[in-house]
Design a protein around this ligand. Sequence first.
Ligand code: FES
Ligand code: FES
Length: 155
Amino acid sequence: MATQIRLIVDGKTHTISVEDPNMPLLYALRDELGLDNPHFGCGLAQCGACTVHVNGEPIRSCVTAVSTVKDAKITTLAGLGTPQHPHPIQKAYMEEQVPQCGYCINGWIMTAAALLKANPHPTDQQIRDGLAGLKCRCGTHMAILRAVKRAAAMA
Ligand code: FES
Ligand code: FES
């Protein structure tokens, strides 16, 4: 029997009907709501491409059951800022021209945004530690480090 689940995503409330309450949140965001910023990378909590914020904390939506986040405040990359008013880390990414293929960007930006919220002026080591566990196959790591530092300088 299908279960109705209320999701609050980027300030909008949605009710979805799911056959399996253990379905990953990532599938609900992409397939039910059509939000394509959280990416499927590994599906095993190993790469971070699927990261979203739940009540302000970064989580890996590929291994988060949709039923566990009902009524929580979910923020995706699209909810972090707007083209007119980007989040500082989004602005810094553009200014540093970080992306190559762009597949990983979602995870790095969502994780860095949470890091900067908790620690607005991190050291290089704190940035490296905070972003450990994310993957970029294009090797943009040094540009990412510059972007996070640039965003921190905007605070
Ligand atoms: S797709 Fe979720 S961590 Fe890789
Ligand atoms: S920019 Fe291509 S995987 Fe990171």
